[in-house]
Design a protein around this ligand. Structure first.
Ligand SMILES: Cc1cc2nc3c(=O)[nH]c(=O)nc-3n(C[C@H](O)[C@H](O)[C@H](O)COP(=O)(O)O)c2cc1C
Length: 218
């Protein structure tokens, strides 16, 4: 394998928000092609209970975008109140401030993205234990993340978002999603502007890794 290219893909698939090109149409074929790649991902018991909702209709995007925006600002307000009362617990306030600005931009523009993709999975986790929860989400998240890699390799970007799920039922009603289906994320998809992305600053893996017993370093 060409490790340089593979590692670049793995380390530079970022949350794209401000750099989503809202004016450039996305051909349906490219979405289908990326999904074809995505469904090589694993699923529990090879169940393949996934389903991908693609939304390009302007009216539906407007409704979903509005719900996302409402949820985002509820979340942002409660975060701010928590920070004011307890102080900030961020490990990199500068990076976090960039994320917040970018997230506000997305909330205000979600309805304008050319394509929304909602990865879904058969089943519900209400009243389920950790094994069933891990099995359900673990059978859709790898595919959704592969989809983001496939997009990135083709010059398109997306942002992993979940705040729409405050209104999961409303969105299910808009899209006719049956009640036994779980929505896992909402991916706004578009070509990205600019040339490239950089690896993000992270807490080094060694600091969050234990060998043999919790807290034991290499
Ligand atoms: C489970 C999950 C939920 C997320 N939900 C949202 C969201 O609702 N809105 C948003 O703008 N970003 C959301 N993000 C994106 C994170 O903010 C982002 O991954 C993080 O800031 C790191 O940036 P990067 O993806 O560019 O490395 C979510 C990410 C994950 C993994």
């Amino acid at each position: 394998m060409d490790l340089a290219t593979v590692d670049k893909l793995l380390t530079t698939t970022r949350s794209v928000r401000k750099r989503l090109d809202l004016d450039r149409p996305v051909p349906p074929e490219i979405i289908e092609e990326c999904l074809e790649i995505a469904i090589q991902a694993p699923t529990g018991s090879n169940s393949q209970g996934w389903h991908f909702m693609i939304v390009t209709d302007a009216e539906k995007k407007a409704q979903i975008g509005e719900l996302y925006k409402q949820s985002f600002f509820i979340y942002a307000r409660s975060n701010q109140e928590q920070t004011e009362s307890q102080g900030s617990r961020e490990h990199d306030p500068e990076q976090q401030s960039r994320v917040v600005k970018s997230a506000v931009y997305l909330a205000q523009n979600m309805h304008k993205v050319p394509v929304m993709v909602i990865p879904c999975i058969e089943g519900r986790v209400e009243n389920a234990g950790p094994m069933a929860q891990a099995g359900l989400y673990g059978s859709i998240l790898p595919a959704a993340w592969s989809f983001m890699f496939a997009l990135r390799a083709r010059g398109l970007g997306a942002a992993w978002t979940t705040l729409h799920l405050r209104y999961e039922q409303d969105i299910a009603d808009i899209l006719g999603i049956p009640s036994h289906i779980t929505q896992a994320a909402l991916l706004p998809v578009a070509y990205y502007t600019g040339e490239d992305f950089q690896p993000a600053k992270r807490v080094p893996a060694v600091e969050v890794t234990s060998w043999e017993s919790w807290g034991n370093k290499w």
